[in-house]
Design a protein around this ligand. Structure first.
Ligand SMILES: Nc1ncnc2c1ncn2[C@@H]1O[C@H](COP(=O)(O)OP(=O)(O)OP(=O)(O)O)[C@@H](O)[C@H]1O
Length: 279
């Protein structure tokens, strides 16, 4: 993936610290001074094992995590502690797609209602909402008559298309994609990842793309950061980070990733065992 020319940071996270309050006296520091930027039209990957803090960073961008220190700015404005009307207004600019398309779509609403809801919240007329919903269904390659059906009538991949369309209806500038293909089979993953790439090309939207899978970020991300125990341990262009990593943790992540070619897999296993011996 080649980065777009215009990479002025749309999103800038500086030295972010997040403390979860476990008890009145005990905090758990999930982010320990994380810095990351995402340019306009750029896709930045955030990889790391389960519990490393990836989703916490995503939640902090959405105002859903207890930020103890550091700053988040969007389009040059400080949004670290944005609340109320300011936070709701940010919904026009920042949207999210989660891993589970089953849980994130209200099963009692038709697809048309699911997609129109975020528009009606900001005062769009029924006619405007209907036109935008039709446009977004078309963008994610679902048939127009999907508006009359319920999420349960669609496959996992199609539901993720509905979730992506829902994220797109307010024409955001940044989408936080939190493991958006992890629940899908490999073939469906590939088609959804291609859809993300195509939508970015068409709309110029930026992505912060959270994944535990190096293969996924390799396919869609211009740059990638690696998170380990609440810290970014390595950042750079995706090819370098995923093919020639410097940090031992990224090397372990790479060697643990499955590869199709058995000879290459054996080579990686030997390298992984050598790395484990030397640790
Ligand atoms: N609400 C919470 N209260 C206390 N601790 C939390 C809370 N949410 C997350 N954590 C802890 O913070 C750490 C980071 O969690 P986070 O969900 O950000 O990791 P992750 O890298 O996204 O993992 P996964 O891929 O499994 O979702 C974990 O140790 C987790 O247990």
């Amino acid at each position: 993936m080649t980065a777009p020319n215009n990479t002025a940071p749309l999103l800038e996270v500086r030295d972010l610290v997040v403390d979860y309050h476990i008890t009145r006296k005990v905090n758990f520091r999930a982010l320990k001074g994380v810095s990351i930027t995402v340019g306009a039209g750029e896709c930045v990957g955030l990889v790391g094992e389960s519990g490393s803090g990836k989703s916490t960073l995503g939640r902090a961008l959405l105002g859903l995590a207890p930020v103890a220190a550091g700053a988040i700015s969007f389009d040059g404005k400080d949004i670290t502690h944005a609340k109320g009307a300011a936070r709701r207004k940010l919904g026009n600019d920042i949207q999210v797609v989660f891993q589970d398309p089953y849980g994130s779509l209200d099963p009692t609403m038709t697809v048309g209602e699911v997609l129109a809801e975020p528009l009606e919240v900001v005062g769009a007329s029924k006619t405007q909402a209907r036109a935008t919903v039709a446009e977004m269904l078309d963008r994610v390659k679902l048939p127009g008559d999907a508006v009359h059906r319920y999420p349960s009538e669609f496959s996992g991949g199609q539901r993720q298309r509905i979730a992506i369309a829902r994220a797109l209806v307010r024409r955001p500038r940044l989408i936080v994609c939190d493991e958006p293909v992890s629940a899908l089979d490999l073939t469906t993953q590939a088609t959804i990842l291609d859809l993300f790439i195509e939508l970015q090309r068409e709309t110029g939207v930026s992505y912060l793309f959270i994944s535990h899978d190096l293969g996924v970020v390799r396919r869609v991300c211009h740059r990638t950061s690696v998170m380990y125990q609440g810290e970014i341990v390595e950042s750079g262009d995706t090819h370098t980070v995923t093919e020639e990593p410097n940090h031992p943790y990224t090397q372990r992540l790479l060697l643990a990733a499955p590869v199709a070619d058995p000879a290459k897999q054996a080579e990686r296993r030997a390298a992984w065992l050598a790395l484990r011996e030397s640790a």
